[in-house]
Design a binder for this molecule. Structure first.
Ligand code: NAD
Length: 360
């Protein structure tokens, strides 16, 4: 069967970095059909919608979506539902992408990029599995109302609802345990079970699921401690699983441990392993069009795409190794540049990865 990818480059640096990832994928000589479509602000300019039906249909009919980034300050005046960022939410919702996988990996050659001491972050290699479609972000009821109980009767109050259905927790638990099985078989579930009912429920289901994975060592940690441990001793973690709200915060914190947002890929999956793959950074309008953006997060996202959606782990390993070698050989875009290394632009970095792949 021909493998199919929807390529949605988006705005800002999106087209520049996605171009390099597509070149890398093409250089592997695989039989993959790649079809492009507009998304985000670029789609709004043409179709007056950030996620036109044609783009959504292409994504739905593909095994995976390679996504660049969306957004630009020039769209800030638009009503919320027409802003570029809504396209990501629409894709997540329509494709049922409930599992967000965010690796945080510190390359030895970039250990000076972290704001933490090298001895604290050296060897960092963790994966955050964040539930993406539930929790207080989507729970109802929510809104602003006149309080009719408690200490503030008569005042206006804002409210949201934290809730998780059992099936939602079980399916993210499965992704997390399976991910741990592929790594060092250690899983830490993060919650706030000392205060929140939803978290105690989450913890009980994680503990129950652990019975199906006797080889995985499951631990539990409260979110406040986890936030602290991530900066104190981040190398203690292998796979972390957590809900949408806590995961939002922890995954950005973990990203910063590596010091270079231009290096971090991500995957969002549904239960059929259909996925959306994108760099963790945004559209960086400040450097768009200058040819200096770091394409490695997007190239590494393409590697995750091969691994998780196309079942081509051998090729994913080749890309990961090529990126390692490129960094070891001193190639650096401006965001990770330090004295004594070789400063290159976006397409030269793509060239360097492709050259490594040719030599593999
Ligand atoms: P950003 O991640 O785009 O940029 C933050 C800083 O990091 C900027 O200085 C930028 O130049 C730099 N940077 C980011 N990626 C880089 C790369 N690959 N190489 C080199 N430097 C890089 O965040 P922001 O400035 O807060 O947001 C800009 C726009 O992106 C906004 O419209 C925002 O809504 C959008 N955004 C989109 C996504 C997404 O598409 N998933 C995520 C976050 C932000």
């Amino acid at each position: 069967m021909t493998k199919s990818i929807a390529v949605l480059a988006g705005d800002g640096i999106g087209p520049e970095i996605v171009e390099q990832a597509v070149r890398v994928l093409s250089s592997l000589g695989l039989n993959i059909e790649m079809k492009e479509a507009l998304v985000g602000g670029a789609a709004f300019d043409r179709f007056e919608h950030p996620l036109p039906k044609s783009t959504l249909d292409l994504a739905k009919n593909s095994q995976a979506v390679l996504f660049g980034a969306v957004g630009d300050w020039k769209y800030d005046h638009l009503p919320r539902e027409l802003r570029p960022e809504q396209s990501i939410l629409g894709l997540r919702r329509s494709l049922g992408l409930f599992a967000n996988l965010r690796p945080a990996f510190l390359y030895d050659d970039l250990s000076n990029s972290s704001t933490l001491k090298p001895e604290v972050v050296s060897g960092l290699d963790l994966l955050i599995v964040r539930e993406l479609t539930g929790d207080v972000y989507f729970g109802t009821p929510r809104g602003v109302r006149n309080a009719n109980d408690g200490n503030f009767i008569g005042e206006r109050e804002g409210f949201d609802t934290m809730r998780y259905a059992e099936s939602e927790v079980r399916r993210i638990a499965k992704v997390a345990f399976e991910s741990a099985m592929k790594r060092s078989k250690r899983l830490c579930s993060v919650d706030k079970a000392n205060v929140l009912e939803t978290s105690q429920f989450w913890r009980d289901i994680m503990t129950d699921t652990a019975k199906e994975y006797p080889n995985v060592e499951l631990t539990h940690m409260y979110i406040d401690n986890a936030a602290m441990q991530l900066v104190k001793n981040p190398c203690q973690f292998d796979v972390i699983v957590t809900g949408n709200l806590f995961g939002d915060i922890l995954s950005d914190e973990a990203a910063m441990l590596t010091g270079s947002i231009g290096m971090l890929p991500s995957a969002s999956l549904n239960s059929n392993n259909q996925g959306l793959y994108e760099p963790s950074h945004g559209s960086a309008p400040d450097i768009a069009g200058k040819g200096i953006a770091n394409p490695l997060a997007t190239i590494l996202s393409a590697s995750m795409l091969l691994r998780y959606s196309l079942d081509l782990s051998d090729y994913a390993n080749l890309i990961d190794k090529a990126v390692h070698n490129v960094l070891a050989n001193g190639f650096r875009t401006v965001d990770i540049y330090e004295n004594g290394t070789n400063k290159v632009g976006t397409s030269e970095m793509g060239d360097a990865v492709i050259n490594e792949l040719r030599m593999a």
